[in-house]
Design a protein around this ligand. Structure first.
Ligand code: ADP
Ligand code: MG
Length: 339
């Protein structure tokens, strides 16, 4: 057997980076989440070649103070939590302090940032995991991060990427989820200099749905709102006529974070049960607000899954309220139609 060795820090960084940065869309996700956490009201995302050669995220948020810039790129460095006790009350999208360090371990990064109180901005570049520039530069308030040549130093990862069109498609899906998760932020998304969609940031979820999915879908959904001790849900449900063959049109946002959840899907579908044929799925865009103590977001590095402290309560709440909403709209149960 070979001797057991503790890996050097560069190797450790690359392994850790692989967990956060699986593909171009993971980079976009992390950067856009940071922009949201920085209080931005406008976020622009530009990609080229499916994000493999070029990803640029520009926000008008808080910016990063000059003295903090280098620290932001260290592993496990975050301004969002202080200790383990904060994990039970997370209000930000990020908190693990792993994104920037992971991204710069596998790509060329340029950051330009300026805070409100600073007269000039700073340009900070990391290339080949080394600092290549740290200098003053004129810049608008906020932060721009440019990521080039993703996985230039990890050929194994690069080889497993799909075509630029497919990788770009993953990023487009992600951008749609981000825009739906925060109707109060204006998002602009460009692929190869062409604008795919932009949202106004007016706060109107229906407008975002219209901008992304078009008139046909926007006219078949109706508003839905309910609350019950500690839980509240607000958004839109699709009319049972507008069924889908899969769950791709079930969108859940828990405390403004897009997530996938068996519990929520099952609760929703159960609420629709009388109105849908078997193997058909409803359309739903639902924002849930749940006490941060009742939901754990620290399940997986991608933070796409959450754990509820009481699954049964979440399920029952959604099932019951959806059932009631459909009933109140006098939707016709499918069982009657089947006769
Ligand atoms: P996390 O988001 O988990 O804190 P990141 O590695 O994504 O970790 O970012 C590290 C830190 O850098 C953040 O905690 C934040 O203070 C700062 N930061 C990153 N991106 C931005 C941004 N767009 N605007 C302002 N600050 C940012
Ligand atoms: Mg982050």
């Amino acid at each position: 057997m070979a001797e057991i060795m503790v890996l050097d820090s560069k190797t450790i960084d690359q392994i850790a980076a692989g967990e956060v940065v699986e593909r171009p869309s993971s980079v976009v996700k992390e950067l856009v989440e940071n922009a949201c956490d920085a209080g931005a009201t406008a976020v622009t995302v530009e990609i080229k070649d499916g994000g493999t050669s070029f990803i640029r995220v520009t926000d008008n948020g808080s910016g990063i103070e000059t003295a903090q810039i280098r620290k932001a790129f260290l592993r496990h460095a975050t301004s969002k939590i202080r200790g383990v006790e904060d994990l039970s009350r997370i209000h930000s999208l990020g908190f693990r302090g792993e994104a920037l360090s992971s991204i710069c371990a596998v790509s060329m990064v340029e950051l330009i940032t300026r805070t409100k109180d600073s007269l000039v901005g700073v340009r900070y570049c990391i290339e080949g995991e080394r600092e290549a520039d740290f200098s003053e530069i004129g810049a608008p308030e906020g932060t721009t991060i440019l990521v080039r040549d993703l996985f230039y130093n990890t050929p194994a990862r690069k080889k497993f990427l799909k075509t630029p069109a497919t990788e770009g498609g993953y990023i487009a899906d992600l951008m749609e989820h981000m825009a739906l998760s925060r109707p109060d932020i204006s998002f602009t998304f460009q692929i190869n200099r062409q604008t795919r969609f932009s949202t106004s940031g007016s706060g109107d979820l229906k407008e975002v749905i219209y901008r992304i999915y078009g008139r046909e879908i926007a006219k078949e959904i109706f508003p839905f709102e309910a609350s019950d001790n500690g839980f509240s849900v607000k958004g839109f449900l699709g009319s049972p006529q507008l069924v889908r063959p899969n769950r791709n049109f079930e969108f859940f946002f828990v405390n403004n974070r897009y997530i996938k959840s068996q519990v929520l899907s099952k609760g929703l579908e159960s609420g629709y049960q009388a109105y849908l044929m078997q193997h058909k799925f409803p359309m739903a865009y639902l924002h849930l607000q749940i006490d941060t103590e009742q939901v754990d977001v620290n399940v997986h590095p991608s933070k796409m899954e959450v754990r509820f402290s009481d699954n049964r309560r979440v399920f029952d709440f959604l099932e019951e309220q959806v059932q009631k909403a459909l009933h109140d709209r006098e939707m016709i149960p499918q069982v009657v139609l089947d006769d």
